[in-house]
Write a protein that binds this ligand. Structure first.
Ligand code: NDP
Ligand code: BG6
Length: 518
């Protein structure tokens, strides 16, 4: 049979089945088992914007076990139809998919109940048991809830809702605590109820294509290994930028600030993947062991290595851009919560001693961007009259996933002088027809498959909080005034000065020429 004919013979379901097999590689995922995905906090923002859409996409693509049910739980009096209506704008279902969407919602249930009430959870359990094979089903509990109710909810699940035959897994969202102490308290509580292999702490950056790619780039290539160290790398910059402010979500944000919101989790996780030694295998704990070792080598962030900022409105900007953080009516007047932070940390081990790792994150900046940038040292023994600029390797996480190396090349033509150029792997050009799944799709599927590699282990979490907690406590106690920066700018210039001070060299001469626009 020709390859074409074979492909035609494979239905979409077969292809998805194969993909499912490949993704789950021997983990305890049995297609015939009944699975129940329980969303606690089903009435909330995260549930409607992320969790329902994600579970629908997995269902639509045939990636879930065949006998899967979705059960929403929250205090509000709702029906499945209400849930559907709320999440409708985020489901992205085409007219052709309507039948499938009906099928999906036919597998949904909603149970109303309180979070601190055992009887409510007993009722939830009765509903779960009443589903086909419900008592024996594997159960996934997604806590799309504020951390203030985690303790009650996990206790009630443990006491009343455990599957006795199948497995039980708990998915926990950030923020997981507010500092080292509160996070430890929560961890201690949860660890009395569940074993570590039942707890899936989500950091959705670990589900992003390019973040996952860091391990393959580093350990699947001979060319990077020998230069990935203090002898060759001058500094590493990890960046998260968003072009919008809090926009009505300021009440939530103000309690946390940008350090808890992004730096403690997303940026430190990316740092671990850049800095860690090669794990002995791709087994979840081998990888996480190496990540923890990196964090253990980082001292607490020192205030003199930090620049904090808060955005102010741009009078010349349009719409929201005219409003500063303090103009958001949900933000307490006079708040000193940072919406921007740059911090420099060092990984004190043999590979990285003395190399600054710059963590930069902010809201209401000039662009949306998340990237990892390694700037290399100058070429020793220059013969080109200082025309060569430092090499940089950039892994752009979003938008427009790309890996590029800024490098010198001979200026083409009748010249012999060096010119800045790049080696460019832009995903949109190289992988034209590949649809990259959303981070949550990968991660939720991982929970079904029992793969914890891309989830945060309790010791990782503890170490990450240890690094940022003294800074957070200092900010809370002393309330240093963050530096104002204009909405839509690159943030306070003091952050660039800090980067320069620790050794990042910005030349400003590199010009990107998009080959598709030539
Ligand atoms: P640049 O030399 O322009 O910028 C390098 C770094 O310097 C960035 O981290 C930038 O940070 C920072 N920077 C910018 N201005 C200053 C300043 N005044 N002081 C200190 N630091 C500064 O190179 P890029 O790698 O950023 O490339 C330029 C453009 O080309 C980008 O838009 C990039 O996306 C594009 N490009 C696209 C490719 C692709 O699609 N495959 C390949 C190569 C390049 P900050 O984020 O704060 O601005
Ligand atoms: C979340 C933060 O963890 O990440 C948000 O709480 C932020 O403040 C979001 O907007 C960014 O995620 P992404 O995937 O859009 O980069």
């Amino acid at each position: 049979m020709s390859r074409h004919a074979v492909q035609e013979e494979l239905s979409l379901k077969d292809v998805c089945g194969m993909l499912r097999q490949e993704l789950c590689q021997g983990n305890d995922f049995l297609q015939s088992d009944t699975h129940i995905f329980i969303i606690l906090g089903a009435s909330g923002d995260l549930a409607k914007k992320k969790i329902y859409p994600t579970i629908w996409w997995l269902f639509r693509d045939g990636l879930l076990p065949d006998d899967t049910y979705v059960v929403g739980y929250a205090r509000s009096k709702l029906t499945v139809a209400d849930i559907r209506k709320k999440s409708q704008p985020y489901l992205k279902a085409t007219p052709e998919e309507q039948e499938k969407l009906e099928e999906f919602f036919a597998r949904n249930l909603y149970v109303q109940g309180k979070y601190n009430d055992r009887a409510s959870f007993e009722r939830l359990n009765a509903h779960l048991n009443s589903l086909h094979n419900g008592e024996k089903a594997n159960r996934l509990y997604y806590l799309a809830l504020p951390p203030s109710v985690y303790e009650d909810v996990t206790q009630n699940i443990r006491d009343t809702c455990m599957s006795t035959v199948g497995w039980n897994r708990i998915i926990v969202e950030k923020p997981f605590g507010k500092d080292l102490q509160s996070s430890n308290r929560l961890s201690d509580h949860i660890s009395t109820l569940f074993k570590e292999d039942q707890i899936y702490r989500i950091d959705h950056y670990l589900g992003k294509e390019m973040v996952q790619n860091l391990m393959v780039l580093r350990f699947g290539n001979r060319i990077f290994g020998p230069v990935w160290n203090r002898d060759n790398i001058a500094c590493v910059i990890l960046t998260f930028k968003e072009p919008f402010g809090t926009e009505g979500r300021g009440g939530y944000f103000d309690e946390f600030g940008i350090i808890r919101d992004v730096m403690q989790n997303h940026l430190l996780q990316m740092l671990c993947l850049v800095a860690m030694e090669k794990p002995t295998s791709t087994n979840s704990d081998d990888v996480r062991d190496e990540k923890v070792k990196v964090l253990k080598c980082i001292s607490e962030i020192k205030p003199e290595n930090v620049v904090l900022g808060q955005y102010v409105g741009d009078p010349a900007g349009k719409g929201e851009a005219q409003k500063g953080y303090l103009d958001d009516p949900t933000v307490p007047p006079g708040s000193t919560t940072p919406t921007f932070a740059t911090a420099v940390v060092y990984v004190d081990n043999e590979r990285w001693d003395g190399v600054p790792f710059v963590l930069r994150c902010g809201k209401a900046l000039n662009e949306r961007k998340a990237e990892v940038r390694l700037q290399f040292r100058d070429v020793p023994g220059d013969i080109f009259q200082r025309q060569c600029k430092r090499n940089e390797l950039v892994i752009r996480v979003q938008p427009n996933e790309a890996v590029y190396t800024k490098m010198m090349t001979k200026k083409p033509g009748m010249f012999f002088n060096p010119e800045e150029s790049e080696l460019d792997l832009t995903y949109g050009n190289r992988y034209k027809d590949v649809k990259l799944p959303d981070a949550y799709e990968r991660l939720i599927l991982d929970v079904f498959c029992g793969n914890q590699m891309h989830f945060v282990r309790s010791d990782e979490l503890r170490e990450a909080w240890r690094i940022v907690t003294p800074l957070l406590h200092m900010i809370e106690a002393e309330k240093p005034k963050p530096i104002p920066y204009r909405y839509g700018s690159r943030g306070p210039p003091e952050a660039d000065e800090l980067m320069k001070r620790v050794g990042f060299l910005y030349e400003g001469t590199y010009r990107w020429v998009n080959p598709h626009k030539l």
